[in-house]
Design a protein. Structure first.
Length: 301
């Protein structure tokens, strides 16, 4: 059995400037799988619908992951590494395509406001012409089953695997282009070339007990070592009292934003549990949390 959670809170600087939260997160748990997704919309004026872009990125990705598991469950094990990489690359292409379809629908359904049109004029853009970068956002996602686990990422943020032996790892390769306020994005013309992923069959690695995802608002508030320790504390509390851990995350993340990055903050995860875990989850549960969410972390003592 698996459990999951997702917590998104508006950043302290966004509250000060009356800007919307541009993070989004969500997860879904079934009897044999768990999936999770996190997205961070870009903050620049040119990306004025990135709050919508991140929310759509999460909902699209969860849907695509479910379809992918239904179609390729067995093939992901009984295939070569090269073929598996190609399957995951096809999944990433599908997510990009579906996301772009959904954001264009949003553009057609919701004409630009006067404020948005003024921003277009500022950048010498026609307010009547759809631009993908209006909705620009990053994406992290992950999946756990008994047979395997995998994760994928475009842009910044952090993906951490927590292992049963008490160790942590960040298996997705770093992108050297990130940093100094720069990130790759779902809206990039060559977005498929910026996706990185990691896949492991359960028998080939130390058993994974959890996969945690965080946007840069959380990651930038900790050192890498402290962030992994924080994730470990969250997992330990989740396995003792799920509801209490969520309520503590709810209270802590706004404080973390104020004391740390001042950015929007999101943490989400999926983890294996047992019959003793005090959780309010049913056999199949899900949650998609967008930009006006309120969800919950353990204080870094």
């Amino acid at each position: 059995m698996y459990s999951g959670f997702s917590v998104t809170k508006e950043g302290f600087s966004h509250i000060e400037k009356n800007k919307p939260c541009q993070d989004a997160s969500g997860y879904e748990v079934g009897s044999h799988y768990a999936i999770v997704a996190v997205s961070d919309g870009h903050g620049g004026d040119k990306y004025f619908r990135s709050a919508v872009g991140s929310t759509l990125a999460v909902s699209v990705t969860l849907r695509c992951l479910k379809e992918f598991l239904t179609e390729h469950w067995g093939r992901l094990i009984d295939t070569s590494e090269r073929q598996r990489d190609e399957l995951l690359k096809n999944l990433e292409r599908y997510i990009i395509t579906q996301w772009r379809t959904e954001i264009e629908k949003d553009f057609q359904k919701n004409p630009l406001s006067e404020y948005e049109a003024a921003l277009c004029n500022q950048f010498a853009l026609s307010p009547d012409v759809f631009q993908e970068f209006f909705y620009g956002a990053t994406l992290l996602c992950a999946c756990m089953t008994q047979e395997y686990c995998f994760s994928a990422q475009i842009g910044d943020g952090q993906c951490v695997f927590l292992h049963d032996d008490g160790t942590e790892s960040t298996p997705i390769e770093e992108d050297e282009r990130l940093g100094f306020g720069m990130t790759t994005s779902l809206c990039d013309e060559d977005a498929i070339n910026s996706f990185r992923h990691y896949f492991a069959v359960s028998s080939t690695l130390s058993s994974v007990s959890a996969i945690f995802l965080a946007t840069d608002g959380v990651a930038d508030s900790y050192s890498p070592e402290s962030l992994q320790q924080f994730f470990r504390k969250v997992l330990q509390q989740m396995c003792v009292d799920y509801g209490f851990a969520c309520s503590q995350l709810e209270e802590w993340l706004p404080l973390l934003s104020e004391r740390g990055s001042r950015d929007d903050v999101t943490i989400a995860g999926i983890f294996a549990n047992d019959e003793n875990i005090a959780s309010d989850e049913s056999n199949v549960s899900s949650a998609v949390i967008g930009n006006n969410s309120s969800s919950k972390a353990l204080k870094d003592e």
